[in-house]
Structure formats: structure tokens, C-alpha cells
Design a protein around this ligand. Structure first.
Ligand code: NAI
Ligand code: AKG
Length: 539
């Protein structure tokens, strides 16, 4: 994706608020082209962070720091929040998006570690390893209290079959377990290919001897495993949560263990962390680690490298690899789509300057080749162009859609394959209370962007620099009079396009001129006979 950049000469303040691998932030340390000022201060309270954040451009965190709306609002210069890890539930994404702050994470770097930790927790749970270890350390040689169960031939239920869930399943199969999984994106073919069974959440929890959750914490997954689900589970089921506290209802889990329905639970994560005084920890059937799923040398280095590289990439190119609050575009597609970003933005800018009333609705149609791409980032760029006139620097492609919707603009996107003779065509129509305006643009192979239609008139205009958009009656002499009047004002015409709906009807002139014009210049031209309207447009 493409978004705003800072110039390389600017000082870029990078604030690291959680402990990160020093090897992992090596890319930031050795960066010479950008003027990076890296500050590490961990363990701050929200108030302390707020005090320090005003001049920060990049905030880098793991899971400890809660990046709240208040922190984001106080960070007047913040452009990017980097999360060295997967889960972004500690970041107020809505606030970040509203403030135009891009959030990036490192989704791949800790998958392996989290999966290995899950298997370690499951095995420890099955064999009471932490409890037995604890007893022995306290001088008690107790063998009969710690008789465990085998994993072989047991069924593991996996809820959330993304990166980590899938890796857990591979390993569980290595333990000769049967795996049944639920994920809205898991297909029958993929399940077959992996040698697992696909089920609904209820089918998974009913069939399983061990249940492990690997979803993100979202409104839909909060308390996904609750008393209704415990009620339909097998007796003596064992539960593992190495994803996020809150996916399993902690009170219902406590009750299910106390009632003897659940034989044990292995927890790496809690609703409130640090969880040193949690009632679940008082139960002998519960084993726990303090959010260690990603705590390996390898994972910490890997996530910090990934997020550091994305910071550098963002300030050098305006693009990032792992955006969280923007649609992401695969690397191989980016080069093809990038030229359309500018075109889409220019079309938005054009319309913002011809429209005189608040926009109520925008219809964006993508035709031909461009319709093959994920067009959401293009729409965001178009909206950015549209809103810049009134929102200036505050609008970017992260928050353009949010801002548009907030001010009540209805956004409709359409895709069609027919591009009216062009290989690609973006047509944007805006509606206000009393006006409708349309502009269409294309990318001409080897020649760059062109505006090819304004309202109902066919034109061929390079969307760049200063334009004059004149509406007139199609009468002889109109073009000459405009040219003369502009010459009187020392305004040089570079190119001129004309179009009309019918002989003697309404016509337009699209002029590119060398310099901007004043209000007075516009009025001067507007007074001419048969001239209806004159607008200055800068692209
Ligand atoms: N304990 C730790 O240190 C770590 C914890 N995590 C947690 O693990 C989570 C999963 O990580 P990944 O596998 O890398 O993410 P992922 O994005 O690859 O997979 C998450 C999966 O959950 C699925 N999902 C979403 N809503 C669902 C629902 N209602 N029911 C069932 N499935 C649903 C998604 O379709 C997706 O396939 C992260 O969001 C993070 O919270 C991740 C790394 C380390
Ligand atoms: O930063 C950490 O160690 C936590 C990792 C984690 O929970 C995640 O990546 O979602």
C-alpha cells in the first residue's frame, strides 16, 4: 500500500516502549539514509508515555504497552505504530485509523515459537509436569498423584486455523493425534490435504479431548468458549489457551474445572496481564506461563527485524509490507497498481475543485484491467484527493475512508470489465444536494495518466499542474476571446481541449496554463460573452 512519506532529511523519532531484541532492531541502528533517532524507554505508565510522545513519529511496542486513544491523540506527529508480534488487541486501531496513523505488525516471525509453546503446554498438561516438578522441588517424591494421559489417538480440537493453528495441527499429527478444526476460512479441500477434519465450533468442542484456541481476540471471539460450549464438551476435556485471554471465558472455565467437567487447563494468556493474582491460578488443575508464547530468541529477533524493516521501508518508499489498518497489496502486485494510486488521487482532487457544495455521495467505477486488483486502496487515494481541499494534511489514505464516512459521504465502488475502448478506466461521480460532477481517467501505456472525460465531454488532459475549466455556449469566437483575455493577464496557455454536447449547445474548454490564476483573473474571464463558468484547478 502507499501512504504519506516523510522526507529523508527529517529527523524521525522512533520510540521503543517495550523490550525488543537488540539484534532485531539492528536494521534501525545501521540505517544511514534516514535520520533515525531511536529511543528505548520501557515500563512507562500511560501518563509517562503521553508526556513523551508529542514529537514521536514511530511508536514500537510488543504486547505490554496499551496504545490507547489518549496516547494516540497526544502523539501529534505520529505516523506509524509498529507491533513486534501478531496480536494488535493492545492498540486502539480505530483511533489510529481516525488519526491517519498506520499500524504494522510482524505476523510471521513468532508463529513457530507460539506453536511450539502450545505443544509444550499441551504435553505438560497431559503429564502434570509443572505440578510434579513443583512437588519434587519441595522434596516430595509423589508418583501416584501425577498419572497422566497419552496424546496418541486423542482428538485435538483447534479453534482458529490460521498460521499458528495450522502449525499446531502439524505437530499434533506428529504426536499421532486426530485433529478437528474450525475456522471460517478453512475449506474442505485444505482440511483433506492436511489430513484433518473440518467442523463447526460445536462439532470441534464436542469431539475433542484437548481444545486449543488460536483466533485473534475480536468482538466475535471474546468468550467464544463459554459455559454453553463447556456443557457440550466431553468429560475430562483439557483446554489450552496460548492465543489471548478472553477467547475463553475465564469465569466459566473456572466453574467447569471446579465442577469436574474440565480435567485441566494450560494458560499462557489472561484477560488482565500481568495476572499474578488470578483465581484460575489457585486451581491445581491449571498450569500457566506468563505470556511466553513468542518469547524465544529466534521469534523476538525475527519480529523486531520485520517491523524495523517495515519502518525503514515506509519512510523510504511510502509503502509497508504488513499493514494492519489498510488493505495490503502483495509485493508482486504493488508495482502494477502504484501508478493508479496517483491517478485516483488526482481525480479526487479534480472533483473537489469543481464541486461547490458538500459532497453526499461518490460513485467510483473501475473498468478494464484495474478492476482485477483490490481497489479499496485506490478508493482511499481518491477520497484523500477529494478531502484534501478541506482537511489538508490531516487526511491520508489510512483515514480517508473513515473521514469521508464520518462526514456522511456515501461511498459506492463498482467494478466492470468493459472500459469503453481503454485498457483501464477509473470514473468518479460525485453528487451534492444540487450538483452531479463526473471525471474519468486512464493510464495510457507508456504515456502516463490522462483525464479522458469531464462531465459528458471527451477530453485528453494530463492531470498535472494548473488547469482552467471553462463552461461556455458553443458560439463562434468564444475560444478566441478567452485566449485574448488570458493573454491580457499574461497567462500563458500550454494546451487547450474543447468539447461540446451539440452544435450551439453547452461546451467546455480545458486549458492547461503555466501558472496559477487569481480570483480576479477568473472573474475577468467569466465576464466574457457566452462564458458560463470558469474554475481554476490545481493538480
Ligand atoms: N501467546 C503468544 O505469545 C502469542 C499469541 N498470539 C495470538 O495468536 C493469535 C493467532 O495468531 P496467528 O495464527 O498468527 O493469526 P492468523 O491471523 O494467522 O490466524 C487467526 C485465525 O483465526 C481465524 N478466526 C477469526 N475469527 C474466528 C472465529 N470467530 N472462529 C474461528 N476462527 C476465527 C481467522 O480466520 C484466522 O485464520 C494472534 O491473534 C495472537 O493474539 C500470537 C503469537 C504469540
Ligand atoms: O510480544 C510478545 O511476546 C507477545 C506476542 C504475542 O502475543 C503476539 O504476537 O500476538
Amino acid at each position: 500500500m502507499v501512504t504519506k512519506t516523510a522526507t529523508a532529511t527529517n529527523l524521525i523519532n522512533v520510540f521503543i516502549a517495550d523490550p525488543l531484541s537488540e539484534d532485531g532492531i539492528f536494521p534501525l541502528r545501521q540505517e544511514t539514509e534516514l535520520n533515525l533517532n531511536v529511543v528505548i524507554e520501557t515500563g512507562l505508565t500511560a501518563e509517562q508515555l503521553i508526556e513523551k510522545i508529542e514529537d514521536v513519529h514511530v511508536l514500537l511496542v510488543r504486547s505490554q504497552t496499551k496504545v490507547t486513544r489518549e496516547i494516540i491523540a497526544a502523539a501529534k506527529n505520529l505516523k506509524l505504530i509498529g507491533r513486534a508480534g501478531v496480536g494488535v488487541d493492545n492498540i486502539d486501531l480505530t483511533a489510529a485509523t481516525e488519526h491517519g496513523v498506520i499500524v504494522v505488525n510482524a505476523p510471521d516471525g513468532n508463529t513457530n515459537s507460539a506453536a511450539e509453546h502450545t505443544i509444550a503446554m499441551m504435553t505438560s498438561l497431559a503429564r502434570h509436569i509443572p505440578q510434579a516438578y513443583n512437588a519434587l522441588k519441595n522434596g516430595v517424591w509423589d508418583r501416584k498423584s501425577y498419572v497422566g494421559v497419552e496424546l496418541k489417538n486423542k482428538t485435538l480440537g483447534v479453534v482458529g486455523f490460521g498460521r499458528i493453528g495450522t502449525e499446531v495441527a502439524y505437530r499434533a499429527k506428529g504426536q499421532r493425534m486426530n485433529v478437528i478444526a474450525y475456522d471460517p476460512f478453512l475449506t474442505e479441500d485444505r482440511a483433506k490435504e492436511l489430513g484433518i477434519t473440518k467442523g463447526t465450533v460445536d462439532e470441534v468442542v464436542q469431539a475433542a479431548d484437548f481444545i486449543t484456541v488460536h483466533t485473534p481476540l475480536l468482538p466475535e471471539t471474546r468468550n467464544l468458549i463459554n459455559k454453553d460450549k463447556f456443557a457440550i464438551m466431553k468429560d475430562d476435556v483439557r483446554i489450552i489457551n496460548c492465543a489471548r485471554g478472553g477467547i475463553i471465558d475465564e469465569n466459566d472455565l473456572y466453574d467447569a474445572i471446579v465442577e469436574g467437567k474440565v480435567a485441566g487447563a494450560a494458560l499462557d494468556v489472561f484477560v488482565e496481564e500481568p495476572a499474578t493474582n488470578h483465581k484460575l491460578l489457585t486451581l491445581p488443575q491449571v498450569i500457566a506461563t506468563p505470556h511466553l508464547g513468542a518469547s524465544t530468541i529466534e521469534a523476538q529477533e525475527s519480529v523486531a527485524v520485520d517491523v524495523s524493516n517495515d519502518i525503514i521501508k515506509f519512510f523510504k518508499t511510502g509503502t509497508v509490507t504488513n499493514p494492519v489498518n489498510m488493505p495490503s497489496i502483495p509485493k508482486e502486485l504493488l508495482a502494477q497498481v502504484e501508478p493508479f494510486f496517483e491517478l485516483a488521487e488526482k481525480l479526487g482532487k479534480f472533483l473537489s475543485q469543481v464541486t461547490t457544495e458538500p459532497i453526499k455521495e461518490i460513485n467510483i467505477s473501475y473498468a478494464g484491467e484495474v478492476a482485477n486488483y483490490d481497489v479499496r486502496p485506490l478508493t482511499s487515494n481518491n477520497l484523500k484527493g477529494l478531502l484534501q481541499k478541506n482537511h489538508g494534511e490531516h487526511v491520508n489514505d489510512v483515514n480517508a475512508r473513515y473521514l469521508s464516512e464520518r462526514i456522511g459521504i456515501k461511498i459506492n465502488e463498482h467494478k466492470t470489465t468493459t472500459a469503453k475502448g481503454f485498457t483501464n478506466l477509473i470514473t468518479v461521480e460525485v453528487k451534492t444536494e444540487n450538483e452531479v460532477h463526473t471525471v474519468a481517467g486512464t493510464l495510457l501505456n507508456g504515456l502516463g495518466a490522462r483525464i479522458v472525460k469531464v462531465e459528458n465531454y471527451v477530453v485528453d488532459v494530463i492531470p498535472q499542474g494548473h488547469l482552467l475549466y471553462i463552461k461556455n455556449i458553443d458560439k463562434p469566437g468564444a475560444i478566441g476571446r478567452v485566449a485574448t483575455k488570458l493573454a491580457e493577464k499574461d497567462i500563458n496557455i500550454a494546451t487547450m481541449q474543447v468539447g461540446r454536447d451539440q452544435v450551439g449547445g453547452t461546451a467546455i474548454m480545458m486549458l492547461t496554463i503555466d501558472n496559477g490564476v487569481t480570483e480576479e483573473d477568473l472573474n475577468y474571464v467569466a465576464q466574457l460573452e457566452n462564458i458560463d463558468e470558469v474554475k481554476a484547478i490545481t493538480l
